[in-house]
Structure formats: structure tokens, C-alpha cells
Design a protein around this ligand. Structure first.
Ligand code: GAR
Length: 221
């Protein structure tokens, strides 16, 4: 099946593709933000590597073009080339619960223009199960991070972080839920900065030209 053509972004909006693997609550946060006419980015394509991912339904409900680019059993380079082909003419890419590590085959097409959201205070607890790792690590503060993607696993320059306290009676599910609420606040904020060209890099350190009242650090409940 050939992918549907990307939607035309609103006038003056930066076209963004989103890669997903699962339920897509972060995609929903981005779609909700992008529905505001003053938001600088338009989501024009949502790609899932997992057939049937619920995120695809969220995108379709918002009228956004979608496609499935299967990764299972596909050589990594072929998969990434297929992703690039299906994405269409986007300027930024957001990974939103996309559970594949991308290589320079993909990243080279979007140098410094791929964002990821991760459910931990990086550089602690990269990989999967951020909340579980925080509980097992015995930390008293957990959180979420939006970062630029490099070829490592959750190692790219950090743009924004949010923190929540770890409660004595937290389970992985309760902690992950509070972290997820933070994620939904952080990701639209960082995408706005990206689309408005307010991010620069000094080595591995990202700088953001903040507007009055903005912060790169938020505190959750
Ligand atoms: C989110 O918690 C996201 O941070 C995490 O997967 C979840 C996806 O939820 N991503 C990673 O762990 C990437 N290393 P969602 O599909 O509802 O957005």
C-alpha cells in the first residue's frame, strides 16, 4: 500500500512528521497543540512501525495522513529509507513513543531536527521503562525529558525537562502516569521552540531563546 500524500500545512506553519509505535498520547498532545491557529507547526504525516497502533486512529481522527512502515523483520537500513520516503516534505520529526533506535541513515536527512520525548530525567535511565528504572534506582525525583536525537539511545542534547516527586506508595503505573502528564506539557512546548527556530547548539549543550515567562524546566504534581 502506498502512503497517503501528506496534508498541506497551514500557511506559514512548519510541517512536522511524527513517528509512533503505540497508544499515541504524546501524539495527541502535539495534535491538540497544533490545532491552535497560533501554533507554529503543523503535523502533516504520522507514521507507525507497528500495524494497528492506536496512535494511527488518533491521527486519522484529526484528519492527518498516516501510513504504516513495518519494521519487524526488515533490515534497519531498508526500514529507515522507507520511513524517509513515506514522510514527505517535513522539516522536523517528532518521535512520540517510537520504540526503534534510528541510525544516521535516517538522522542524516534531518540533522539536528529530530525530537524525542523520554520518561526519565536523562541522562539517568535511558532506554525503556523509565518509571520502573526510577523506582528500582531508588531516586526521590523522577521526570521526563525532550531532547534532540542523535545516534545514541536517549543521549542527544536536552531541550526541556520536567520533574515529579516519587511517592513512597508509588507503583510503576502511578509514577508513569504522573510522568506522562508532564510529557504532555513538555512536548508541545519544545516543538514550538523548534518550529520557531529558537534552538541552537553549543557542542552538546542546547540553548533555547526563551520568551518572557518560559522555562526549560517544569514541575509536575
Ligand atoms: C511515553 O512515555 C514516552 O515517553 C515513551 O513511551 C511512552 C509512549 O506513550 N518513550 C520512550 O520510552 C522512548 N525511549 P504514548 O504512545 O502514549 O505517547
Amino acid at each position: 500500500m502506498s502512503p497517503a500524500p501528506p496534508a498541506t500545512p497551514g500557511a506559514g506553519k512548519v510541517p512536522v512528521g511524527v513517528l509512533v509505535s503505540g497508544r499515541g498520547s504524546n501524539l495527541q498532545a502535539l495534535l491538540d497543540a497544533a490545532a491552535d491557529p497560533t501554533f507554529p507547526a503543523a503535523i502533516t504525516m504520522v507514521l507507525a512501525n507497528v500495524p494497528g497502533a492506536y496512535a494511527l486512529e488518533r491521527a486519522a481522527a484529526a484528519g492527518i495522513a498516516t501510513a504504516v512502515v513495518p519494521s519487524k523483520g526488515v533490515p534497519r537500513e531498508d526500514f529507515e529509507r522507507a520511513l524517509l520516503h513515506a514522510l514527505g516534505p517535513v522539516e522536523w520529526v517528532c518521535l512520540a513513543g517510537f520504540m526503534r533506535v534510528l541510525t544516521p541513515t535516517f538522522l542524516g536527512a534531518f540533522p539536528g531536527r529530530v525530537l524525542n520525548i523520554h520518561p526519565a530525567l536523562l541522562p539517568a535511565f535511558p532506554g525503556t521503562h523509565g518509571a520502573r528504572q526510577a523506582l528500582e534506582g531508588g531516586v526521590v525525583q523522577a521526570g521526563a525529558t525532550v531532547h534532540l536525537v542523535d545516534a545514541g539511545v536517549d543521549t542527544g542534547p536536552i531541550l526541556a525537562q520536567g520533574t515529579v516527586a516519587v511517592h513512597d506508595d508509588d507503583t510503576e503505573a502511578t509514577l508513569a502516569a504522573r510522568i506522562l502528564t508532564l510529557e504532555h506539557r513538555l512536548y508541545p512546548m519544545a516543538l514550538r521552540w523548534a518550529a520557531e527556530g529558537r534552538i541552537t547548539l553549543e557542542g552538546r549543550r542546547a540553548r533555547v531563546a526563551l520568551a518572557p515567562g518560559e522555562s526549560r524546566w517544569i514541575v509536575g504534581e
